[in-house]
Design a protein around this ligand. Structure first.
Ligand SMILES: Cc1cc2nc3c(=O)[nH]c(=O)nc-3n(C[C@H](O)[C@H](O)[C@H](O)COP(=O)(O)O)c2cc1C
Ligand code: SF4
Length: 381
């Protein structure tokens, strides 16, 4: 394999994302909620975790899910971004990323109907009700709710900007509020927010506008786009996004980072499966054909050789890795310096995902990385 300074020529190429981010290579840490925050604030443990990722050689870190309001939180250890103290705790990490040529992007999240019922005050927002399903605490959004949500996203983006961020990412995948509006599975509305792909995208477009206004264009806005619900014809699919992607580009976003699956189909993302990988590859390539924006791929990329192959095939402009960089923070540096053989490989067993819903755990661990070793008492089949 390659020596220092050679090998992985496409991965090594810098790329600009929007007006504010210059990335030194094509690999980024895709958002991964490890649940180490306290009271919604970044902690020393969390800082240490991201320091490891920043120092490992990737070009950008996307900080997982920052809840934009107290009524939309999920995990106790999740980040929040609706009070000054949240921004104050975030600032040192954003500064650290900047100093180490690894910009930190803040992902903004409204959990919608997948939030926490108790914290939501009994009103988890959704575009519509799912026929035949009991959905306790779910409330169909009114136009006034949409206005409030746009303001919440705008305020959260302003707090991110105050913390020094030059870019935010909207979580519009995995069945949370923005993606639930985009998908025909969860959005059965017939008003201005539903009925066609473009109308289903209206809330996302209004949120983008609200952020641009609140930050006076001072932060780049990327979108984590759920391109496939993995429900076949019943759900979101790349073909349904053919008008939506150009509309997002016209709205001025800086990049599209693709994701797939929703709560009902999340098992597809647990373990590496060639069929799911192929669906992702075809889907992301299709999205890339619809736009001149940089497009990111994420899903089961376990090595820089695989990232290079995805770039070479023209599937995406950037490759996100979550689990592989969790398993070995130094994967990028090791590989670029000719030491790919010493990478501590992710098993893609999905156990870190399982930690998130394990009632006996309040954070995420890894099977192969001693720094984040799961307690021996916790075993999965
Ligand atoms: C423990 C865990 C937490 C995650 N949290 C988030 C999140 O907060 N936001 C998000 O957009 N994706 C999240 N993801 C999805 C990842 O960004 C990524 O799309 C997925 O894990 C597939 O990439 P990988 O195979 O490189 O891990 C999470 C994944 C894992 C394993
Ligand atoms: S827990 Fe398993 S799937 Fe998750 S990062 Fe570690 S080895 Fe990979």
């Amino acid at each position: 394999m390659s020596g220092v300074g050679s090998g992985y020529p496409l991965t090594r190429q810098p790329i600009d994302l929007g007006q504010h981010l210059q990335l030194k290579n094509r690999v980024y840490f895709a958002p991964m909620g490890i649940d180490l925050a306290r009271d919604g604030c970044l902690t020393d443990d969390m800082f240490a975790f991201y320091r490891g990722i920043v120092e490992g050689g990737c070009a950008m870190v996307v900080l997982a899910n920052s809840a934009i309001d107290a009524t939309t939180r999920l995990h106790e250890g999740g980040l929040c971004l609706y009070e000054e103290k949240h921004a104050e705790h975030l600032a040192p990490l954003i500064d650290y990323g900047r100093q180490h040529a690894c910009p930190v992007v803040v992902q903004l999240q409204h959990y919608g109907s997948q939030g926490d019922l108790a914290r939501s005050g009994g009103a988890m927002l959704a575009p519509s009700r799912l026929p035949g399903k009991r959905q306790p605490g779910v409330r169909v959004m009114t136009h006034e709710d949409a206005r409030i949500v746009c303001n919440q996203f705008g305020s959260a983006a302003r707090l991110a900007q105050q913390a020094g961020a030059r870019a935010v990412q909207l979580q519009a995948s995995n069945g949370y509020l923005l993606s639930s509006f985009l998908s025909p599975y969860s959005n059965r509305r017939i008003d201005r927010y539903g009925g066609s792909p473009l109308r289903r995208a209206r809330l996302l477009l209004e949120v983008i506008e609200a952020i641009a206004e609140a930050t006076q264009g001072g932060v780049d806005i990327s979108v984590r786009l759920g391109i496939d619900d993995c429900l076949g014809d019943k759900g979101q699919q790349p073909a349904l996004l053919e008008q939506v992607v150009p509309a997002l580009e016209r709205a001025g976003i800086s990049a599209l980072m693709c994701s797939a699956a929703i709560r009902e189909t999340f098992h597809y993302m647990l373990k590496a499966d060639p069929k799911v990988h192929a669906l992702l590859v075809h889907g992301v390539r299709h999205i890339r054909e619809l736009t001149a924006l940089p497009v990111g791929f994420a899903g089961f990329t376990g090595s820089l050789a695989q990232a290079e192959a995805l770039l070479d095939l023209g599937v995406a402009d950037l490759v996100g890795m979550s689990r592989a960089l969790f398993a070995d923070n130094d994967l990028v540096n090791k590989s670029l310096s000719g030491k790919a053989n010493s990478v501590n490989a992710c098993r893609f067993d999905g156990n870190c995902f399982r930690d998130k819903s394990n009632p006996n755990l309040d954070r995420v661990y890894c099977c192969v990385n001693d720094k984040y070793k799961r307690p021996d008492s916790i075993r999965y089949d």
